[in-house]
Design a protein around this ligand. Sequence first.
Ligand code: ATP
Ligand code: MG
Length: 475
Amino acid sequence: MQEQDHRKALLDPIFTIIANSAKELGMDTYVIGGFVRDYLMDRGTPKDIDVVAVGSGIELARKVASNLPGKPKISVFKNFGTAMINHTGLELEFVGARKESYHRDSRKPMVEDGTLEEDQKRRDFTINALALSLNKADYGILLDPFDGLGDLNRKLIRTPLEPNITYSDDPLRMMRAIRFATQLGFKIHNESLQAITENKQRIKIISKERIVDELHKILGSAKPSVGFALMHKTGLLPYILPELKALQGIEEIEGQRHKDNFWHTLEVVDNIAKTTENVWLRWAALLHDIGKAPTKRFHKKIGWTFHGHEFVGSKMVYTLFKRLHMPLNEKMKFVQKMVRMSSRPIILSEDFVTDSAVRRLIFDAGDHVEDLMTLCEADITTKNPRKQQKYKRNFKLVRQKIEEVEERDHIRNFQPPISGEEIMKTFNLKPSREIGILKEAIKEAILEGVIPNEYSAAQKYMLQKGDEMGLIAKI
Ligand code: ATP
Ligand code: MG
């Protein structure tokens, strides 16, 4: 990692094309940022490549596009002075080297043309300011004015300039620092941590969408708790996810304590990150207990309770998604459903499990029954190894039971065996509430195990129920 010649980072023919295009225009040009960092860290195939030109980035992008086979389209963002080319799934982003100065009320800087080094200074972190030369004289040489390479080795997030200015200029960088620390398993430099703490309220000027992007990346990491713990430590958490902040703390009344639901939640999120890549299921883990803050009560006889926290929590999911401008679509409904149902398998695992309870769980969870079990298993955070074993074993039994019952009764994606139309024909009915009542009765009988989930049994049951209701079947 120490050698200065990194030509082997530039083996992709695209770099020759960029270098030649820049040469034609007489511009110096460099690869910079994430690509260089990830190459030095050996982080696998890149998704995007940032190129900085000492000159016009847009002009360079045009030249590169004209030199590429198929002459791909370029997207120009004139206001930002950038241009993008999608090259075989790889995003190439071109920008002219620039110097930035900021106004206090906005993260939109005043921009002037600048040198490479001035451009590196405006970058957020030393590890993101690393550049590789694409110029003939020193092709493949690493340009590292702030010892970003040293910080990569030290696993350190540090700003090129004074941290207070860096974070105040663009407060999104506070979330980026925390996100990179989480993704890369790095520490944030002390002065940075302090500057983030001091500037935390400036996060208010950042758009919700940008913040959510970072939250997604934190949640997508191998150990998301790192990010949320840092948000807590720096005081950013209440500005972004006050519902989580409200879970923090332990109260004691008459010698009775409840657990700290914030730190518990972080453990759950880390657990689930080991078993699923589904970021929405990870969101569900993060939010599964948020209803516990508003429902917390103390009763002299039974101690602490959180009655109905699952239902309250699922309503809070909507408010939270809305506040953060997240999509209010089926993803949100999924998270709500997971939160609402988050205690159901626990009840099953504690008692003797009846088939009908399992059928109801499958019926209510539908296609998400496995996800729900994954969430519940992640929810086991007891430090008592005996209890942990017991809970895991119980959930395994519930999973088995779900499989058995589903194989026999096909409750998942339940389709009523008797249609409304058939009920109407049978009893010569116009659309009326009797039809709904009969359909519900048949469904209930199946879930309760009174009849099997089969057509002939359901038809017989319908005739019998109809008779009880005083309906007359046509023969
Ligand atoms: P990843 O693509 O994995 O998120 P990245 O470092 O490539 O990581 P991008 O958001 O793609 O991040 O940004 C590309 C580069 O632009 C960064 O490496 C950094 O040099 C610079 N950069 C991005 N956002 C900022 C910012 N808010 N302030 C300063 N520099 C930034
Ligand atoms: Mg990038």
